[in-house]
Design a protein around this ligand. Structure first.
Ligand code: NDP
Length: 691
């Protein structure tokens, strides 16, 4: 959209239901490789208080009408629509300095995050609008007073302030969990690359998939945005520590206790294990990973390796191997296929990185590259923000505080040596908390010492070795299912991590009361809530007629010694507790021979199953199974089955039903307790005919 010789386009913000221009032309954003004007950006005069209110009232109310599964389906539809239009984003992405490969991380990595959140939400969350958290807490002996923790979506808006390096992924990885939670978003991308975010938001809104108010965009500076945050809002920030700390201390953020999450500069380390010298596969993997992390996105990744920590005596081979790899990095115009590394995002950014290299030079010497020289194969050396890779070596890393403090946000890393694994951990910790670290080793005790030593200081740790190399996603890739964030200097925030991050946009509340009313609140049956006995076997009911709380108690059946011996013979499970009276009596848990746990389960199924073809299509597992009381020959078992939760699937003619199964003996002692998981038809023809 911004390529060619056309005049720069004026970016717009989408606030309070309309695309709006700022009051002035604003700042000109330049192509990172050519210096040509790409876009003008300005947000002056926009009504931010109105935008936040519109998001909360219209977006929040609209999203609140949908279940987790329905919102997950929206993300999937959105991901498909964006994927179909990805070439347009790749074209726009070139202006940011991103090569095709860099763009892939940002664009398809971001869209992939939507797909992943959609799929995980449908698999891991119920198809409801409220989430239960943990087990029911029984607060009375007779089940008349219980408690259940629940999560409900905050009634505010999520304001996502993002960094310049991932204009697509940075937005998508944050809106995915917010939208699944049911919380509307206002995205403020970094100005430098906001034209790509603006394009993607246009395409998102054009699909009409998201309800009104679910997504807004501010192109340009944040103005007085934060002055209007409330205690129901969430502010997330990615960028420099200096800005992050300023936002964290914003009087309104503090005064209203708005939720705040920060992901900032991080001096990520990668450690080469003492076992991984030249010739070991881990040595080669390490070199490849460090060189890759230095050059992908020209090192402008929050997860890039900044500190290369190697065994004493291996500095030379590591430096030589890295030099050989880095020398092959073709730097130039990201549009050229031969280019391996494009420019930095802007000339300002290059100045900043050069300054940082100067600072690093106070504690380390440059062993490869010259920050003031520009060797490129294509592109404009004067107007493009090119910077060739720079490798430094700190010979006394414990005396050189600067190498653990200064983050050069570009293709820059510093090699330093350690003596013992504890020493390596000590060096890594001097970064004061990072997003990610890696260790390359094939030694179990090195892996244990280094990972456990570093874990409190990191949000993610990758262990690299020969066995995982083929499948490894690498040091620098945050994954939707894994936590992304780190303590201390890295900001103390936590993003992604699958459904964990959805809960960052929800309030956890402990609700106490009569289980009947708690069931009404959560949509889940719990012990103590009134059961419903409809007179029809629950397995004869489709989702059309089945209700949460529907209960069925079976007849009793005796467990005989012959049953136990038959089961042992049939399955081959002749464990002494089932077969040898004297040995079983000697066991502190048993009073003579006992029935197999799985025999109890099998008898239970035999008692509660309705055998004829019907709406119950399949049994796909049991959850939370516990055997609580031994069953001896002569005991009588019966089962109480209660419909605990119903999750109709979207776009399918069936859904999941979770049943509470309680198996008791003749003294009403619970011998086994578990959840039975079944797939049940939404409509069942025979059932309807019978009615
Ligand atoms: P900044 O911290 O300046 O900007 C990050 C985001 O914050 C941008 O969206 C920016 O908007 C916004 N912002 C800046 N000031 C305010 C404010 N007063 N109120 C509200 N929002 C504000 O980072 P830069 O993008 O300038 O990058 C600087 C350095 O940060 C890099 O050199 C690098 O060291 C580090 N960085 C770290 C990243 C990480 O993921 N850890 C990612 C990117 C950068 P605007 O652009 O409109 O000013």
């Amino acid at each position: 959209m911004s390529q060619g010789n056309s005049s720069p386009r004026q970016l717009e913000s989408f606030v309070s239901g309309a695309w709006r221009k700022g009051g002035e032309n604003g700042k000109t954003l330049l192509n990172a490789a050519t210096g040509a004007p790409v876009a003008l950006i300005d947000s002056s005069g926009l009504d931010f208080a109105g935008a936040l209110n519109w998001g909360r009232s219209v977006g929040g109310a609209n999203l609140g009408k949908y279940s987790f599964h329905e919102r997950a389906a929206m993300l999937k539809a959105l991901a498909k629509a964006l994927m179909a239009q990805r070439e347009e984003f790749y074209q726009e992405s070139l202006a940011t300095g991103a090569t095709r490969k860099d763009g892939w991380i940002d664009i398809e990595g971001g869209i992939g995050t939507l797909f992943a959140y959609s799929s995980k939400a449908r698999r891991e969350l119920p198809n409801t609008r409220v989430l239960t958290d943990g087990a029911v807490e029984a607060l009375s002996g007779d089940d008349s007073f219980s408690a259940q923790h629940i999560f409900t979506p905050l009634r505010g808006i999520a304001v996502h302030i993002n960094a310049f390096n991932f204009p697509c992924w940075g937005m998508l990885e944050k809106i995915a969990p917010s939208l699944i939670a049911g919380v509307p978003c206002l995205v403020k991308p970094a100005s430098q690359t906001a034209y790509l975010t603006e394009l993607m938001v246009r395409r998102i809104l054009e699909t009409g998939i998201l309800p009104d108010g679910a997504l807004q965009l501010v192109s340009g500076s944040a103005g007085d945005l934060l002055d209007h945050l409330t205690g129901q809002d969430v502010l997330t920030f990615t960028g420099s520590a200096a800005t992050g700390q300023m936002l964290k201390q914003h009087p309104v953020v503090i005064g209203n206790t708005a939720r705040f999450s920060m992901e900032a500069d991080s001096l990520n380390a990668s450690i080469l294990g003492p076992d991984a010298g030249p010739g070991a596969p881990e040595f080669d993997l390490f070199i490849k990973e460090v060189a890759r992390e230095m050059t992908v996105k020209a090192g402008q990744k929050c997860t890039a390796i900044r500190r290369v920590i190697v065994p004493g005596g291996l500095q030379e081979p590591v430096i030589e191997a890295l030099k050989a790899r880095l020398a092959k990095t073709v730097v130039g115009d990201p549009a050229q296929e031969t280019t391996r590394m494009g420019p930095l995002a802007s000339l300002d950014q290059r100045n900043e990185v050069r300054n940082c290299i100067r600072k690093l030079s106070q504690g380390a010497e440059i062993v490869f590259g010259n920050p003031d020289e520009c060797i490129i194969e294509s592109g404009d050396a004067d107007k493009g923000a090119f910077l060739n890779p720079v490798l430094l070596h700190a010979s006394a890393p414990k005396e050189a505080a600067v190498v653990h403090e200064v983050e050069a946000f570009g293709p820059v890393a510093t090699v330093m040596a350690y003596e013992t694994p504890e020493d390596a951990v000590d060096l890594a910790q001097r970064g004061k908390g990072s997003l990610v670290a890696s260790v390359f080793t094939n030694d179990r005790s090195v892996a244990e010492d280094i990972v456990l030593g570093m874990a409190p200081y990191h949000g993610r740790i990758l262990i690299g070795n020969r066995e995982s190399a083929g499948a490894s996603t690498g040091h620098g890739s945050p994954l939707p299912s894994l936590v992304h964030g780190g303590p201390g200097r890295a900001g103390g925030g936590e993003e992604l991590g699958g459904m964990r991050s959805v809960k960052h946009y929800m309030q956890r509340t402990a609700v106490q009361g009569d289980p009947e009313l708690l069931s009404a609140v959560t949509g889940r049956w719990m012990p103590g809530a009134n059961p419903h006995a409809g007179g029809i076997h629950p397995f004869r009911q489709s989702l059309e007629t089945l209700h949460v709380g529907e209960q069925f108690t079976t007849a009793a059946r005796e467990v005989t010694l012959a049953d136990i011996e038959h089961f042992a013979d049939f399955t081959g499970d002749t464990f002494y507790a089932h077969m040898d009276e004297a040995a079983a009596r000697a066991n502190p848990f048993f009073n003579g021979r006992v029935a197999h746990g799985y025999l109890i389960l099998s008898f239970a199924a035999g008692l509660f199953v309705d055998p004829a073809p019907g709406p119950v299509l399949a049994n796909y597992g049991v959850d939370n199974l516990r055997f609580l009381t031994p069953v001896n020959p002569g005991d009588y078992l019966k089962v109480r089955l209660t419909c605990k939760e119903i999750n109709p699937r979207i776009n399918a003619d069936y859904g999941e039903v979770r049943w509470d199964a309680s198996v008791t003996n003749q003294d009403n002692e619970v011998v086994a307790h578990y959840d039975v998981l079944t797939m049940v038809a939404k409509v069942w023809p025979q059932m309807m005919a019978a009615e």
